[in-house]
Design a protein around this ligand. Sequence first.
Ligand SMILES: [Zn+2]
Length: 239
Amino acid sequence: MVRILLAAGHGAGPAHNRGAIYFNEGDNNYIYSLELKKELETYENIKVDLLRKNITDDPTLADRAKAGQGYDLYLSIHSNATTNDDVRGTEVWDSVEKPNVTLAKLICDATAEVFNHRNRGVKYKEGQKGYNWYGELRFNQAKSAMIVENGFHTNKEDCLFFKDSHKKIAEIQARAIASYYSLKKKAIKEDKPHWAEEHYNNLKSRINITDKRFDDKITRGEAMALVDKALDYIEKGGK
Ligand SMILES: [Zn+2]
């Protein structure tokens, strides 16, 4: 069982925005985490938890780092900001303490591809020697811990794409994560219509058939009634 903790960045409402043009970053991170959870759960052998269970949850950085305990992956969800509104691109900040460049690169490449913008790559930021600068990654006990910056919300195209493409982005990120952990898609139960449905639909308006029971046996009496009705219909000129 692969255990994943999705850690939507910040809290809720305008106070937790970080200069995003079309959404409040904290709200969008949370709403996106729900979509990514849903997509990850289309794979077998996975358990996905949300760090922010409610949109208004706003754990401290230290509490976020602590929450990583027992997980294979702590994935922090953010969008990026800068003063130059032309800047676009995705980057992933991987843990200095527990680097997993393979997974970080898979997520970064997939995200940059779906946004169709610059791939800024996997990055590392050290605070004290050997330790993460980012508070939620520092001392995080998850086997792998990283922050994905899904485009720049200070850029119109990136911000709009993130806002409008949750499902698309979630699908491709879930696929990247699943490929790293070799997870298979759950089988989808198909609700195929019965082969006789088409005949039933054709007949019901013409000879007043109301009973489906497609796989029941027909009695001699029912067969006679059916043929009688059909002949009657033909003899009356199809009325
Ligand atoms: Zn952020």
